[in-house]
Design a protein around this ligand. Structure first.
Ligand code: FAD
Ligand code: N01
Length: 552
């Protein structure tokens, strides 16, 4: 790609973020011979795995799948130590990738992008950095993450608390600093579930503040036997292809029968085996209708509640832990180690915020409608302003307006990758892509490959702008909504729908038809010459229609 216009210096590709997305984007772009300028707020690479260093942080998609597939050499030389690698190992892996492929040189670290402006006359993006510097480029790739903007604590009184305060998503202390203290953890999603047992192990007393009990499965993490690793490595290309064509980005375990096709006894036995297996193909995936039929789902939900009653000795605590407010799997299930067992410890107590909401905090206590809880340290595990949080912080603006204005009534994208009115702007693992409900690395690699193919195609065509048509965007939004409306995800409040953040418009933030089907649709769109994309102002066709009904 040669830039012949007078405004210099200009890079081909601007890239935000140095996590899995930004690093792979930088790799692919430089492989194409394009110049890259990347920016990362953190002092180093890693993204999620740089920031989320709380005790117990680890992946819950098996590491042998939750890793890059683009280099056979890389996947042969790296050996994962555990089924679900801890944060430090994943961060070491990402550092290894950055070093091995020389990717650090593309990034400026400790540098936040504060604004992205489309200069329509010059057909360039101009980034403003927190240093005040600017940088221009032809294409802007946002690898800013789906879960990278911590959610604000939306209860008054936090500012009164003068004890130790830390959030899981910006962990800054050692576990030892909680030793012997009265600790509170607010939040029982995946982050809370992972750190609670470890904090309980050192705290004088731990009080867990739970608003919505979730379904927590034993992760069954374990060291990876050398023979398993060898076997996977011997078949890695085939395994990766299976992941790419699967629903969730992990090797599938297809089931066709429904929960009520079998006897009560057989159903229970199958749930038991699935509970032992754990992982995303565990209990929640044991029958084909668990995410579509509430009554079928209830059989699995009740199985989990029964487990909780068996594990947790105090009946009142067990009852509070039983998930009853949403179907199993309709918000992200959690995987923990000794999570329910932790509530049998004498130094752990549970407060249900549904029974006694927090009213305020004082310098040393959390005050609920039920009373006051004295604590020395407060851990917030309250989640993220998912997808739109990091994108809006970029202040992506064209002469027609800002991204947050275009999406005021809800997110609207084409394939979760582009959005009409924002030329040459691409999101990696964006809202309405499969990132929400998949092995995200699979989604990231697919998105970056598709984006770089599209840019290369546009270059060949001689078009210097690439933009989604509003019609194709309408089609994609219709597809994502029709897909989710067939499932129980549609009925449940969580970060999946933006309902965890006050005032955020409710849009389901993912495509849940599966990474395999999504990949096939994207490939078909490319094969047809990119309908729905204006290249240099021209589109082969403005719409994609219900392409999901054409593609198996
Ligand atoms: P991120 O890793 O979030 O990286 C984005 C980067 O962009 C960040 O470093 C951020 O600092 C930077 N950035 C953002 N805005 C700006 C800006 N304005 N200027 C400069 N830099 C900016 N997914 C799975 O599939 N399996 C798992 O097991 C799994 N476990 C997870 C565990 C935790 C604790 C969390 C929080 C998420 C987990 N995820 C998991 C999702 C995870 O976020 C993705 O798998 C993946 O790491 C996303 O990579 P990314 O590069 O797209 O985004
Ligand atoms: O965040 P969450 P998370 N007062 O939004 C509660 C990935 N991840 O960081 O459910 C009191 O899931 C909130 O209650 P409620 C994974 O994709 C993966 O834990 O809204 N409580 C909930 O209990 C995951 O889904 C891993 O009623 C408040 C909790 O805080 C995503 O990241 C590990 C509150 C937030 O749960 C987010 O997980 C970690 C308030 N004001 C993260 N506000 C793995 O295991 C919120 N809550 C791989």
């Amino acid at each position: 790609m040669t830039d012949t216009r007078p405004t210099t210096p200009v890079v081909d590709v601007l890239c935000v973020g140095a996590g899995f997305s930004g690093l792979y984007a930088a790799y692919k772009a430089s492989e194409q011979g394009w110049t890259v300028a990347g920016f990362e707020t953190a002092p180093d690479v890693g993204g999620t795995w740089f920031w989320n260093t709380y005790p117990g942080a680890r992946c819950d998609v098996e590491s042998v799948y939750y890793s890059y597939s683009f280099s056979e050499e890389l996947q042969q030389e790296w050996t994962w130590s555990e089924r679900f690698a801890p944060q430090a190992e994943i961060l070491a892996y990402i550092n290894h990738v950055a070093d091995r492929f020389g990717l650090r040189r593309h990034f400026r670290f400790n540098t936040r992008v504060t604004a992205a402006n489309w200069l329509a006359d010059e057909r360039l993006w101009e980034l403003t950095l927190d240093s005040g510097d600017t940088c221009r480029g032809r294409y802007l790739l946002a690898g800013s993450g789906g879960l990278s903007t911590p959610k604000d604590f939306d209860v008054p009184g936090l500012e009164n608390f003068t004890g130790l305060k830390v959030s899981t998503s910006r962990w800054t202390i050692s576990l030892d600093e909680l030793s012997g203290k009265r600790v509170a953890v607010i939040g029982t999603g995946s982050s809370g579930v992972q750190c609670i047992p470890l904090i309980a192990g050192v705290a004088a007393h731990l009080t867990v503040f739970q608003r919505t009990p979730n379904y927590v499965f034993p992760a069954r993490n374990a060291p990876l036997p050398a023979e398993t690793v060898a076997e996977i490595k011997s078949k890695y290309p085939a395994i990766r292809e299976e992941c790419r064509q699967s629903p969730g980005g992990i090797p599938d375990r297809p089931v066709a029968d429904r929960a009520f096709d079998v006897s009560d006894e057989e159903r229970r036995e199958r749930y038991e085996r699935a509970y032992e297996r754990s992982g995303f193909l565990g209990v929640g995936a044991e029958f084909a209708d668990l995410l579509t039929d509430p009554e079928a789902n209830e059989t699995a939900a009740e199985f989990v509640r029964h487990k909780i009653r068996q594990i947790v000795r105090d009946p009142r605590t067990a009852a509070l832990l039983e998930p009853r407010f949403h179907p199993l799997g309709a918000k992200r299930s959690c995987f923990g180690t000794d999570y329910y067992e932790t509530f049998n410890r004498p130094n752990v107590s549970l407060v249900s915020l549904r029974e006694e909401p927090i009213t305020t905090m004082t310098s040393g206590s959390i005050v609920t409608e039920g009373g006051s809880h004295d604590v020395d340290a407060l851990v917030l595990a309250i989640g993220f302003d998912a997808f739109t949080g990091p994108l809006y912080a970029l202040n992506v603006t064209t002469p027609s307006g800002r991204l947050q204005d275009a999406w005021r009534d809800g997110v609207r994208t084409y394939l979760g990758i582009m959005t009409a009115g924002f030329p040459n702007f691409f999101m990696i693992g964006g809202p309405q892509s499969p990132a929400l409900a998949s092995n995200v690395v699979v989604t990231i690699e697919q998105a970056v490959d598709w984006i770089t193919d599209l840019i290369a195609h546009a270059e060949e065509e001689g078009g210097d702008t690439v933009e989604a048509t509003p019609e194709a965007q309408d089609d994609w939004v219709a597809i994502t909504e029709a897909t989710v409306d067939q499932t129980l995800y549609a009925t449940t409040d969580s970060w999946y729908r933006g309902s965890n953040v006050t005032g955020k418009p409710a849009t389901f933030l993912g495509y849940v038809g599966g990474v395999g089907k999504y990949r096939r649709m994207c490939a078909e769109i490319a094969k047809r010459g990119y309908p729905g994309v204006r290249i240099g102002g021209q589109a082969v066709a403005p719409r994609i229609g219900r392409i999901d009904e054409e593609i198996a």
